[in-house]
Design a protein around this ligand. Structure first.
Ligand SMILES: [Zn+2]
Length: 386
């Protein structure tokens, strides 16, 4: 048979010759023999990068083949045909494979991305609904967000791996990632959306479980928070397309930074710095409007500390404070704001100094910085704004 002699890519091109050929190709790739040879590959213990790349390339080719040979079918029939061939592979299914280094989800993601690249939004909506029914994704999300963080650690990790590798990471364009992230998050209330963002993008512990308590108990470096910040930026930069308002993003950030309890303030400040000036300002402004001066001052002081530690220019923090000053209408209100920041700077500097003197000598270089800036920074601001 001629098809036996062709590569997957060649079959995909051949299938587009005519309606008869495409139907013949569909019959051919529906045989168990073809499926066993082409779809069911081993996804485990593939340590060599070149082997991983060749399997990924194979699934990309399969994506093209299924895209091309089903070209003439309505979307619903297309999806039914395609996923009937893939849904029984354990390494493509949630909670079915326990091998740590399995690359099944990555292959499935590349296949799906190749298959639906260029499809319009309505068709992609259908794909998502179809996948939800096939994988029971909503029920699995519900079970995880209903429990306490970290209790269902295996299910959390499976959700993270499936959603990241199959639906979110294969897309090179941020608007595509935003579309899929929106599909996953939108059906849920804001508190669950924040929980899901943490599950998908939160920092992992060395044993690969989610570091829920890490954010509460200790300061984390910016690399641990970068994925979360990037996901928030992906949603925020596609506000108009995906119907995410700035207020929604601010509320999600508020929810996120108290999961599972109030985060260490330095982690809150670092995430805000990584989210950029627009979102950082919006979060602080919403606190300012609600009169939460004490809270906002503490975050501002830690933003200053993060700027120093992570090498961001101090002007960045000063500009945010200046902009926040404009929210307060009277001079007295502006003074009160600046003095609250100033008092907080002294208070936190003393706290850190005391910590340093009882043994954490590593903090001492930071202390000298804070003492210098602590005296000058707010006074400069108050001089400018009044
Ligand atoms: Zn597997």
């Amino acid at each position: 048979m001629i098809l036996d002699r062709l590569s997957v890519l060649e079959i995909s091109v051949f299938s587009m010759v005519s309606k008869v050929i495409s139907s013949y190709t569909m019959d051919y790739i529906s045989t168990l023999a073809w499926k066993n040879k082409m779809i069911t590959k081993s996804f485990h213990y593939i340590t060599r990068m070149s082997d991983q790349c060749s399997i990924i390339a194979h699934y990309k080719a399969l994506g093209l083949l299924f895209k091309r040979c089903t070209l003439l079918l309505p979307t619903k029939d297309r999806l039914k045909f395609i996923f009937s061939k893939f849904s029984q592979v354990p390494c493509f299914m949630l909670e079915q494979c326990t091998t740590a280094d399995c690359i099944g989800f990555s292959c499935y993601g590349v296949f799906l991305q190749t298959l639906i690249a260029g499809w319009d939004e309505l068709e992609c909506n259908r794909v998502f609904s179809f996948l939800c029914n096939l994988t029971n994704l909503p029920r699995k999300i519900e079970a995880v967000v209903a429990g306490k963080p970290g209790v269902s650690w295996y299910q959390e990790l499976q959700l993270r791996l499936f959603c990241r590798r199959v639906l979110l990471d294969p897309w090179p364009q941020s608007q595509d990632s935003a579309f899929w992230l929106t599909q996953i998050l939108k059906p849920w209330p804001m508190v669950s959306q924040a929980r899901l963002l943490f599950i998908f993008y939160g920092p992992l512990l060395p044993d690969s479980t989610l570091g829920w308590q890490d954010l509460v108990g200790r300061e984390l470096p910016h690399c641990a928070l970068w994925d979360l910040a990037r996901a928030i930026l992906v949603l925020h930069s596609n506000l108009e397309v995906q119907d995410w308002t700035t207020n929604t993003m601010v509320s999600i950030l508020e929810e996120l930074t108290v999961i599972p309890q109030m985060w260490h303030v330095e982690n809150v400040a670092r995430l805000l710095v990584l989210c950029g000036s627009s979102l950082c300002y919006s979060v602080l402004a919403s606190k300012a409007v609600n009169g939460r001066l004490h809270e906002i001052s503490k975050v501002i002081v830690y933003i200053i500390l993060v700027c120093e530690k992570d090498g961001f220019h101090m002007n960045w923090a000063a500009k945010i404070v200046l902009k926040l000053c404009q929210i307060f209408k009277t001079t007295a209100e502006k003074f009160l704001f600046i003095h609250t920041v100033e008092d907080m700077l002294s208070e936190i500097t003393m706290e850190l100094y005391e910590l340093a003197t009882v043994g954490e000598l590593g903090l001492l270089p930071r202390m000298s910085f804070l003492f210098q800036k602590g005296v000058q920074f707010p006074c400069d601001i108050s001089f400018i704004v009044i």
